[in-house]
Design a binder for this molecule. Structure first.
Ligand code: MN
Length: 268
């Protein structure tokens, strides 16, 4: 059995199928994990979700910011932009089933021992165990009947940094921001949402989350993440495994085989 983790698919159905064929992926014996942003901007969100859902227990994913944005659109708390390319899903007679399925997906997972999978990464100061528990707090809310209140409060500003005593929507919003939107962080732990450049190109004192001195990752642990196309997987650190290579922007779709940590890609 092989375990693969794929980067941001974003509705790029054809590259996904080409990449899986290249890897000889067999859903009867292999596992596919995804780092979120299954849909958003790409033109084939319907085929993408249908295929991934059809994989059943052979597929697991975390949610990305675009997946959450789609849920916010379906809840009527955010307008859909044409560039989202959500129309196929929004017009589908099965829309409520896609919504239901997405709501069941977590923010953080542990695909194998000592490994964390989230869309954006591991917030400096959190352990893998803590990230998994915090992700579950948000999932509990997202799966509850009251989930519209989570989606409608998700885009308000702040809190900029983490405190254990945050509660309610502020706590949930920070967890969502850290797990699905984070790239650069200030020395005091405040998240920045302005810079999307390569790791070296943001102005000091901003640092990529994985180079923040408060980072708690232990030497034997690994974080798998996507979300950051400009990074092109180049964290320059083997414990931080970037998977987004900007397929939806005309780049590549990338996947890694766990164990040997072998990267494979196809062009958009
Ligand atoms: Mn993203």
């Amino acid at each position: 059995m092989a375990v693969y983790v794929v980067g941001d698919i974003q509705g790029c159905y054809k590259p996904l199928r080409r990449l899986l064929a290249k890897a000889d992926f067999n859903p009867k014996k292999d596992q596919l994990w995804a780092c979120g942003d299954l849909i958003g901007r790409g033109t084939q969100p319907l085929k993408t979700l249908d295929y991934l859902i059809s994989l059943g227990h052979s597929f697991q994913t975390v949610l990305g910011n675009h997946d959450l944005h789609f849920l916010a659109v379906t809840a009527g708390v955010r307008p859909a932009k044409k560039s989202d390319h959500f129309d196929q899903l929004l017009d589908s007679p099965y829309l409520s089933e896609y919504v239901q399925w997405l709501r069941q997906q977590p923010l953080a997972l542990k695909p194998v021992k000592s490994t964390l999978l989230t869309h954006a990464g591991l917030y400096p100061g959190w352990s893998i165990k803590q990230a998994l528990a915090l992700g579950e707090e948000v999932s509990d809310w997202l799966q509850s009947d009251n989930y519209h209140s989570l989606l409608s409060g998700m885009y308000d500003p702040g809190p900029a940094s983490w405190h254990e005593d945050l509660s309610g929507i502020e706590r949930a919003r920070f967890i969502i921001n850290a797990m699905t939107r984070m790239r650069f962080v200030y020395p005091n732990g405040e998240l920045d949402f302005k810079w999307t450049s390569q790791a070296e190109k943001a102005p000091a004192p901003l640092v990529p989350w994985f180079r923040h001195p408060g980072q708690q990752l232990k030497k034997h642990q690994t974080v798998l993440f996507g979300h950051w196309a400009a990074l092109q997987t180049q964290t320059h650190h083997r414990q931080y495994v970037g998977l987004d290579t900007g397929c939806v922007w005309g780049g590549k779709l990338t996947m890694i085989k766990l164990g040997r940590m072998k990267y494979m890609s196809v062009k958009a």
